[in-house]
Design a protein around this ligand. Structure first.
Ligand code: PLP
Length: 474
C-alpha cells in the first residue's frame, strides 16, 4: 500500500465497521486504526505504533501473530486445493484430519464434528440440530432455549437473541420468541454479604428451575452457556454453579450447549472449558481458538446421545437440510490442523495456565487493595479488573465519568490493548497464550498506572480509542 493513498479517508467514508458508533466514526470522532502487521503478542499499525495486544484480537489469536507454520499450511492448501465443498459425503484431507483432531481433544462422550465459519453460525447450527433432534423424538413443542443475561453467543437473529446484552437486542426486534434469559452467574453483582457464593449458585439454579416450571419443561429444549462468561464481563462460575445447574437440566430433559468459542482449545489453561469445570454438554460450539483466527472456521461438536437420534431420524427424513457453501473450507481446516499441532508442540496451553495464573496473581498483588478496584477475577489466560466508586459498597462509578473507557485509553496510549467490557466497569484482558512473564508484568504495571491516573488527581486521559475501546457495546 502506498503511504500517500487516501486509505484513512476511504475507511471513514465507505467501510461500515461492526460494533462501532457509525455516525461518530464517519464524523471522525472515533479514532481509526489500520492494522498492518503482527508478531508474537504485538501488532503494528499504519502509523508505526507497536502495541501489546492484551486481547489477542477478539480473544482469538491464541498462538500469537506471525506464525509461519500456519501461514505455510494455508498457502500449501491454497496451492493444492483451494476449495471443495463438504456436501453429500465430500471432504478434504484437511477437513477430515481436523475433525479427528477436534474429537481427540473433546470430552469423551462427543462423537461428531460439523464445521462452519464463525461462532455465530456454529451456534445457529446447534440451535437447528436441537430443534431437529426434538422433532425426531416426537417432541415438537420442546423448542425454547434458555440462555443467561450477560452471555454472548453471537449477533445473528437467533444467536443475537441468545446473547444477553441489551445492545444486541435494541432496535433489532430481538430477542426472538423462543429465547428466554435467566440469571447471570455474576456473584460480584449481588449486594455484598447477601449470600455466600455457594448460596448464590444454588439461587441461580433455583431461578432456572422456576423458569422451567413456569414455562413448562415440555417446551424447553436447551440451556446455552459459556463455561466462563466472556464478553459479559470475564466471570468464572461461582463455586458449585455447574454442578447445580446440570442437575436441574438433567431433571427436566434439557440439553446443555457449552459455547466454547472463547474457552475451547486452551484459554482456561485446559484443552476445553467443559473438562475444566466438569461439564457434560450435549453439544459444544467452537470457533476462535480452533484456527487462532488465521482463517475463519468454527464447529459444532455433537455428543453420542444427540448423534444417535440424528442418525435414527436420517432414515426417515433423508439428507440433513443444513449446510453452508464454505462448511469445512479446506483453507480454514488446514489452518486449524497447523494451529492445533503448534499448540501441542510449543506447550502453549501449559503456558496459558502458567503465565495466565501469574498475570492474575500479579494483578491481585498490585491492584487488589486499590480503593477503586472492586474485584479482580480470571481463569487461565483471562483476567478482569472491575472498577468501583467505593469498594466497601461496590457502587458503580458515575457512568458519565467513563472511567473504564479512560483507563483503557490510558493503557492504549502506553502501548497496551485492553478491552472495556460491556455493561459494567470492567477492564478485560485475554492475551495470546505465548504471553511472557515480562509482558504480563508490563500489562499489570501499566494497568495500575492507568487506574491510578483515572481515579487520582492526575490528568484525565482522553476516552479510549482504537482497538479494544468499544464503548458502543455499553
Ligand atoms: N460465542 C462466544 C462465546 C463468543 O465470544 C463469540 C464472539 O465473541 C461468539 C459466540 C460469536 O462468534 P463470531 O463473532 O465468530 O460469530
Amino acid at each position: 500500500m502506498l503511504k500517500n493513498d487516501p486509505l484513512e479517508q476511504w475507511d471513514r467514508d465507505i467501510f461500515l465497521h461492526p460494533s462501532t458508533h457509525l455516525a461518530e466514526f464517519a464524523r471522525g470522532n472515533v479514532p481509526q486504526r489500520i492494522v498492518t502487521g503482527g508478531k508474537g503478542s504485538h501488532i503494528t499499525d499504519r502509523n508505526g505504533n507497536r502495541l501489546l495486544d492484551g486481547f489477542a484480537g477478539l480473544y482469538c489469536v491464541n498462538v500469537g501473530y506471525g506464525r509461519q507454520e500456519i501461514a505455510e499450511a494455508i498457502a500449501d492448501q491454497a496451492r493444492e486445493l483451494s476449495y471443495y465443498h463438504a456436501y453429500v459425503g465430500h471432504g478434504t484431507e484437511a477437513s477430515v484430519t481436523l475433525a479427528k483432531m477436534v474429537l481427540d481433544r473433546a470430552p469423551d462422550h462427543m462423537s461428531k464434528v460439523y464445521f462452519g465459519l464463525g461462532g455465530s453460525d456454529a451456534n445457529e447450527t446447534n440451535i437447528k440440530l436441537i430443534w431437529y433432534y426434538n422433532n425426531i423424538r416426537g417432541l415438537p413443542e420442546k423448542k425454547k432455549i434458555i440462555s443467561r443475561w450477560r452471555g454472548y453467543h453471537g449477533s445473528g437473529l437467533m444467536t443475537g437473541s441468545l446473547t444477553g446484552l441489551h445492545l444486541f437486542h435494541k432496535k433489532f426486534d430481538l430477542p426472538m420468541a423462543q429465547v428466554l434469559h435467566t440469571e447471570a452467574p455474576y456473584y460480584y453483582g449481588r449486594p455484598k454479604g447477601e449470600m455466600t457464593e455457594e448460596e448464590f449458585s444454588a439461587w441461580c439454579a433455583s431461578e432456572l428451575e422456576a423458569m422451567i416450571e413456569r414455562e413448562g419443561p415440555e417446551t424447553i429444549a436447551a440451556f446455552w452457556a459459556e463455561p466462563v462468561l466472556g464478553t459479559g464481563g470475564i466471570v468464572p462460575p461461582p463455586k458449585g454453579y455447574w454442578e447445580k445447574i446440570q442437575a436441574v437440566l438433567e431433571k427436566y430433559d434439557i440439553l446443555l450447549v457449552a459455547d466454547e468459542v472463547v474457552t475451547g482449545f486452551g484459554r482456561l489453561g485446559s484443552m476445553m472449558g467443559s473438562d475444566h469445570y466438569g461439564l457434560k454438554p450435549d453439544l459444544i460450539t467452537i470457533a476462535k481458538g480452533l484456527t487462532s483466527a488465521y482463517a475463519p472456521l468454527s464447529g459444532s461438536i455433537v455428543s453420542d446421545k444427540v448423534w444417535k437420534v440424528l442418525e435414527q431420524g436420517a432414515d426417515e427424513l433423508g439428507p440433513l437440510g443444513h449446510g453452508w457453501t464454505y462448511s469445512a473450507h479446506p483453507i480454514g481446516a488446514a489452518a486449524g490442523v497447523a494451529n492445533l499441532k503448534l499448540i501441542d508442540e510449543l506447550g502453549l496451553i501449559e503456558n496459558a495456565a502458567t503465565v495466565g495464573r501469574y498475570l492474575n496473581d500479579r494483578m491481585r498483588e498490585t491492584l487488589g487493595d486499590h480503593p477503586n478496584v472492586g474485584e479482580i477475577r480470571g481463569e487461565g489466560m483471562l483476567c478482569a479488573v472491575e472498577l468501583t466508586a467505593d469498594r466497601s459498597t461496590r457502587a458503580a462509578p458515575d457512568a458519565g465519568d467513563k472511567v473504564t473507557q479512560r483507563a483503557v485509553g490510558h493503557l492504549l496510549e502506553n502501548g497496551i490493548i485492553a478491552r472495556a467490557m460491556p455493561q459494567a466497569e470492567i477492564i478485560g484482558f485475554a492475551p495470546p497464550f505465548c504471553l511472557t512473564q515480562d509482558e504480563a508484568d508490563e500489562i499489570v504495571e501499566k494497568t495500575a498506572r492507568a487506574v491510578n491516573e483515572v481515579f487520582g488527581s492526575g490528568t484525565s486521559p482522553r476516552p479510549a480509542t482504537g482497538p479494544g475501546a468499544d464503548d458502543v457495546t455499553r
